[in-house]
Write a protein that binds this ligand. Structure first.
Ligand code: AGP
Length: 609
């Protein structure tokens, strides 16, 4: 996934583009570049490395101003991160410069055709074929050339274009990758995501798939891929700028961990009315829900772990069959999706390619889709006929935290909503559950108050070269998520495992060099977790236990313990365990001096397969 930023309007210093790009750096950061038009020539500066290095290398232009430009920060898909493969890319005649987010799946074929027509390529990227295609089709009408070009491209793309053919136009193209316009009366912006536009304007247009926007200093026109004019749907974004900034925290991830209580409070505001659960954007008829027999859940990464928890809640409270698979597998399995089924797709960004493909496949089989998504205006939000938004706000840290707990809470609320419609749970159980859930945000605040203690434990455990995370039942997915958090920001190998599986292999790993995080809260499987801890200690493994206050058994056996409040309904305990394991991962990575908000090789949303 990459970040695109563009502007056309009153003259501005290059700082504008670099600042916009910096707010997208979480989307990819292995190389970057800018292009503008100067004295009727295209000027490009691009390089491997971070935006900070680019700023330094553009110092000599810091006093100049420009009225048009595009910029790009890259997460390499085709072609190594280096100066030549950095964007922007340019045609042979040096008249067209573009930046691109996505993948051109048929680029090799197109490249062969263009090479045969003597086009000169400078990079190994898929993106570069776009510039030469537009050049090939250009016969005096830039839009016409672009319309011919997009018909040749297969795959997903968000593209920004400037050209000396039309020096007063900034062009944006969207198909499968997000592109948002920001409008002001002094100039127009385009960007891959909201945070780049937030400090500049609240007036936005979410480009739809297969749309082309032509931005000029004081106007915007939108066309479809047939060249027909489309309506310009202007919306106002209601995310305050400070929500996207760090608010004094050293990392976005830590800020977002600490935002979780407020996010869960907001979730109740949205989906609880007079102590009744309701989902305003749900178009599923009660009759459909009452007879619902099969639910499929698909997602990737952390969203998948939230979905796994959803599986436990839905099976336990709603008496339905729940099948779950990661989206990259789900879409290739021949699920016979019987009718009266529902697919629940979960995604923070709403742009994860695998999740989008899996959702589209299910829709093509006439399966009703309910999406749980954090980004209004995202591709997933647009293709879903039923949407439950998680009100987590922009999540900038690559490691997902506040979106995860919001997804869990939404899944619990949806399970209770469905169970009520199916008359499986009593009114008392329903009301007691709501009372307990509403107390969770303050319990998380209490847990976050332990951050110093969690940090000291994390510092001790930072020396271990490999981790196992063990949980049972409802907290097996919590163990999976704890392992993912640690590995993706500290780069320490970590594996989540169902504790009952220890004897079937993983126990061979246990020795004094192995750290094992055991989730052993008081539930029906607590005693079994105590036995697991005993087995680990008998083999000199080091145990960090996540326990309830006043725990007496497991605490005596463990090397370290972090205590959380005990709930009446321990099925909701994953909401309390998540912030503990997020903080643990954060402080281990911090102790190791890792790039926490921008871990190597990762991107915030994987918009390619
Ligand atoms: C989570 O910390 C990771 N960054 C990653 O696994 C992420 O959850 C996954 O890529 C799915 O992203 P999505 O929720 O935006 O679809």
């Amino acid at each position: 996934m990459c970040g695109i930023f563009g502007y056309i309007g009153e003259e501005r210093p290059l700082q504008l583009w670099l600042d916009g790009l910096s707010r997208l750096e979480y989307r990819g950061y292995d190389s970057c570049g800018v292009a503008t038009i100067k004295n009727d020539f295209i000027f490009i500066k691009k390089q491997q490395g971070k935006i900070l290095d680019l700023r330094t290398n553009l110092k000599n232009l810091s006093l100049e101003k420009f009225n048009i430009g595009i910029a790009h920060t890259r997460w390499a898909t085709h072609g190594k991160p280096n100066n030549l493969n950095a964007h922007p890319h340019i045609d042979c005649g040096k008249k067209i410069a573009i930046v691109h987010n996505g993948i051109i799946e048929n680029y090799l074929l197109l490249k062969e055709m263009l090479l045969a027509e003597r086009h000169k390529f400078l990079s190994q990227t898929d993106t570069e074929v776009i510039t030469h295609l537009i050049e090939k089709f250009y016969q005096g009408n830039l839009l016409g050339a672009i319309l011919k070009c997009v018909k040749e491209l297969k795959g997903s793309f968000a593209i920004a274009i400037i050209s000396t053919y039309q020096p007063k136009q900034l062009i944006g193209i969207r198909k499968g990758s997000p592109l948002i316009l920001g409008l002001t009366d002094k100039g127009q912006f385009l960007a891959s995501d909201i945070p780049a536009i937030l400090p500049l304007t609240k007036k936005v247009v979410y480009l739809e798939d297969e749309q082309i926007a032509i931005l000029e200093k004081d106007k915007v026109n939108i066309f479809d891929f047939e060249g027909r004019p489309n309506r310009v749907n202007i919306e106002r974004i209601n995310i305050k700028e400070e929500q996207a900034l760090k608010k004094g925290f050293p990392h976005f991830m830590l800020k977002e961990i600490f935002e979780q209580p407020e996010v869960l409070d907001k979730t109740f505001l949205l989906y609880l009315k007079k102590e009744k659960i309701h989902f305003p954007q749900l178009n599923l008829k009660e009759s459909f829900l009452k007879n619902l027999k099969n639910i499929f859940i698909t997602a990737c990464g952390t969203a998948y772990h939230a979905g796994y928890l959803g599986k436990y809640f839905l099976e336990k409270y709603c008496g339905v069959n729940v099948y779950i698979d990661v989206a990259s597998e789900f879409r290739y399995r021949n699920f016979n999706l019987p009718n009266r089924s529902l697919l629940i797709s979960i995604s923070q960004s709403g742009e994860t390619a695998d999740t989008l493909f899996a959702t589209r496949d299910a829709k093509s089989k006439k399966i009703k889709v309910l999406s749980i998504c954090n980004m209004l205006g995202s591709s997933l939000a647009k293709i879903s006929d039923n949407l439950i938004l998680t009100p987590a706000g922009p999540e900038i840290g690559v490691a997902s935290t506040k979106a995860y707990t919001a997804q869990i809470l939404v899944l619990i609320l949806f399970s209770l909503y469905l169970a009520k419609i199916k008359n499986i749970i009593s009114e008392k159980f329903y009301q007691d559950a709501i009372v307990e859930l509403k107390a969770i945000p303050n319990l998380i605040r209490e847990i976050l108050g332990q951050s110093k203690k969690i940090k000291s434990i994390a510092d001790k455990f930072s020396k271990f070269g490999c981790f196992l995370f063990l949980g049972r039942g409802i907290n097996y997915p919590s163990a999976l998520e704890g392992a993912l958090k640690l590995k993706e920001i500290s780069y320490i190998p970590a594996e989540g495992y169902p504790a009952g599986e220890m004897k079937h292999g993983p126990i061979a790993l246990i020795d004094e060099y192995r750290a094992v995080v055991c989730i052993a809260v008081y539930d029906n499987l607590y005693e079994k977790m105590v036995s697991n801890i005993q087995e680990i200690k008998a083999r000199n493994g080091k145990v960090l236990a996540i326990l309830n206050y006043q725990d007496i058994q497991a605490s005596k056996l463990s090397d370290e313990a972090i205590y959380i409040p005990r709930l009446k309904n321990q099925d909701f305990s994953p909401l309390l365990i998540a912030p503990v394991l997020q903080l643990f991962a954060y402080y281990v990575a911090k102790n190791l001096g890792k790039e926490i908000d921008q871990p190597r090789n990762l991107a915030k949303s994987v918009t390619v397969e």
